[in-house]
Design a protein around this ligand. Sequence first.
Ligand SMILES: [Zn+2]
Length: 137
Amino acid sequence: MTWKCPQCHRSFRQVNQRHACGVGNPATLLKDRPPELVGLYRKLVATINGFGIVEVVTRNRYALFRTTRIFMDLTVMRDALRVVIHLGRRVSAPYFVKIGEGGKRVSHVALVRTDEDLGTIKPFLREAFNLAAGEES
Ligand SMILES: [Zn+2]
């Protein structure tokens, strides 16, 4: 069961879920960033779109990726994408620079600067997506 906002037509898990209507302007997210970083962001989005239906909401340098639940969010830094992946378990690996536990999800922070970095986190992105998507029924 999901609720659809009559204003912006986005779907949420709770009736009258508080949110900022609309999904923001992705141009601000990548403004004045080097083309390599912009390219990396595009690849990341393409990867995630390959998993299934995903909504991207942006605000300034911040973007979140959700089904009806957020499974990943990121901040565009000067030379890297600071990606936070929300998993149902804790994964200790050197490429996760920070791990935070709060509630049911464990957030894993990775700094993505290259295609290799993106390849490394891809399985975890999919895992996080599957977890969020699976909770919808
Ligand atoms: Zn709305």
